[in-house]
Design a protein around this ligand. Structure first.
Ligand SMILES: Cc1cc2nc3c(=O)[nH]c(=O)nc-3n(C[C@H](O)[C@H](O)[C@H](O)COP(=O)(O)OP(=O)(O)OC[C@H]3O[C@@H](n4cnc5c(N)ncnc54)[C@H](O)[C@@H]3O)c2cc1C
Length: 445
């Protein structure tokens, strides 16, 4: 599989991964590869939710642009994620944000995360599409007593408007009404958690751009990027695009030679399996449409899909070469069997992987690239970007148009993204991190 830290370029025409979404989504959309040299005020690089949302926002303001996608619309994370539509991004929750940046910032940033749900809602009604939304709620499960207490304290610290959206469930209730026979230490449940088919959303967003005759080119990777004075020159195969501004939405998929973004965010693999449908009597024991995650350091997440399959995902391999190996597939199934011993006999029907972008300071960064001439970028969603990416794309386009965000949200919209220390050794560190936390998790610590 393509590895952004190894490959010098990202190849076109790779086609969608053989995911459950690819197999069950009949809609497709086609845009041609770029065929001429072009000049435009702004180029958007990347056709995931961030890039598509930036494009839709520019369209709404009658601004011309070109969008370049290396493969198909939603080919990166956007079309292959787990479909958890949640109010959050990065790895810091409200308490983590408050501890690092104070309550006012924590409140403003959390508010942005909640607004991202509104952004997606607005998109869904504007595009008038069915994204197979399930409303089974979201459950965060404590895997030991220490984390149960930690989670309850963090819940109590939430401002009232968000605190009241959650309720505490004890272990017995979870095992009887949510996830059958699951051993836990209780968990926090949010009724409003929704799951969607993300590929459908990406295709619908692109469809609107197509209807409005926007300049969108697929299978058109930017291979090289240089500057002539204040003009950016982007090379796509044999063609050149000259532009005043670039909105960089290639996120974790950015090839490391394109610019130094790959030193400031860490592409990490997340892998997903989808099982064969559960027999109806077993599925009946689950809360319909439930989405869940636990508090382990090496988290796994799962949801019951509308056709009674379980989507189960978590940490993947370290390199693109091993991403889809049979070893990686077996390891994820073993983790599934460990979580759900009573479902171990249910076979896995789909398996795929994708790169999520982790930032050194655990928060997303959406803004102007440091020391650049009109380069805007968004990255570092840390695996929570389905809702936030659409909001980030909108904010990027607004920034391009000169609209600034509220001062209290500067930490995600203005703070320069820090580089990873010893970036060359990140993968060695990641292997160590996985080994350490695998041991901790197996001890239940
Ligand atoms: C397995 C998995 C499960 C996930 N589950 C969830 C979830 O349930 N909920 C959630 O909130 N988040 C989830 N995420 C994260 C979420 O999907 C991402 O945060 C979000 O989709 C990022 O969107 P994006 O548009 O910024 O990036 P992407 O969707 O990755 O888009 C980047 C695009 O840029 C293109 N590109 C790269 N380089 C170039 C170039 N040189 N020229 C042109 N184009 C280029 C790529 O082809 C790619 O299509 C998951 C991620 C994975 C991998």
């Amino acid at each position: 599989m393509y590895d952004p830290l190894i490959a010098e370029k990202i190849s076109p025409f790779q086609g969608y991964p053989k995911s459950y979404w690819e197999a069950t989504t009949s809609e497709r959309i086609q845009f041609p590869p770029i065929q001429n040299n072009e000049q435009t005020p702004v180029v958007i690089i990347g056709g995931g939710f961030t890039g598509l949302s930036a494009a839709l926002t520019l369209l709404a303001h009658d601004q011309p642009f070109i969008l370049l996608e290396a493969n198909e619309i939603g080919w990166g994370c956007s079309g292959r994620n787990a479909g958890f539509l949640l109010p959050g991004s990065g790895r810091l929750d409200y308490s983590g944000l408050a501890a690092s940046y104070g309550n006012a910032v924590a409140e403003a940033v959390t508010n942005e995360y909640y607004q991202s749900l509104q952004t997606v809602d607005d998109l869904l009604s504007k595009l008038n599409i069915d994204v197979e939304m399930t409303n089974g709620g979201y459950l965060k499960i404590a895997h030991n007593a220490k984390f149960a207490k930690k989670m309850q304290d963090a819940w109590q610290a939430l401002p009232q408007q968000w605190k009241e959206q959650y309720q505490w469930l004890d272990a017995k209730e979870i095992a009887s009404n949510y996830v059958p026979e699951y051993a836990s230490f209780g968990g926090l449940f949010r009724q409003q958690g929704a799951g969607i088919n993300p590929l459908k959303l990406a295709i619908a967003m692109a469809n609107k751009l197509k209807q409005e005759l926007c300049q969108v080119y697929c299978n058109s990777p930017v291979d090289a990027w240089s500057r002539e004075g204040n003009t950016h020159v982007l090379n796509v195969g044999n063609h050149q695009i000259r532009t005043d501004s670039v909105i960089l939405c290639s996120n974790a998929y950015t090839p490391h030679k394109l610019n130094d973004l790959s030193k400031k965010q860490f592409p990490v693999l997340s892998s997903v399996l989808v099982t064969e449908p559960l027999p109806q009597d077993i599925a009946d024991g689950w809360r319909s449409g439930l989405m869940a995650m636990d508090t382990r350091s090496l988290k796994y997440y799962y949801r019951l899909l509308p056709d009674n399959r379980i989507l189960f995902g978590g940490r993947g391999a370290v390199t693109g070469k091993s991403a889809n190996s049979s070893k990686s597939q077996v390891q994820l199934k073993q983790a599934f069997n460990h979580y759900f011993p009573n479902l171990a006999h249910i076979k896995s029907a789909y398996f795929w992987s994708g790169w999520v972008s982790v930032s050194a300071d655990d928060i997303p960064h959406v803004g102007i690239y440091p020391d650049s001439h009109n380069v805007l970028y968004a990255t570092g969603y840390c695996g929570s970007g389905l809702a936030f990416s659409s909001h980030a794309g909108k904010r990027l386009a607004e920034r391009y148009l000169g609209i600034r965000s509220a001062k209290e949200t500067e930490v995600i919209y203005h703070k320069p993204i820090p580089a990873f220390p010893f970036s060359k050794f990140r993968r060695i560190g990641l292997r160590g991190y996985y080994a350490w936390y695998r041991a901790m998790d197996s001890l239940g610590i």
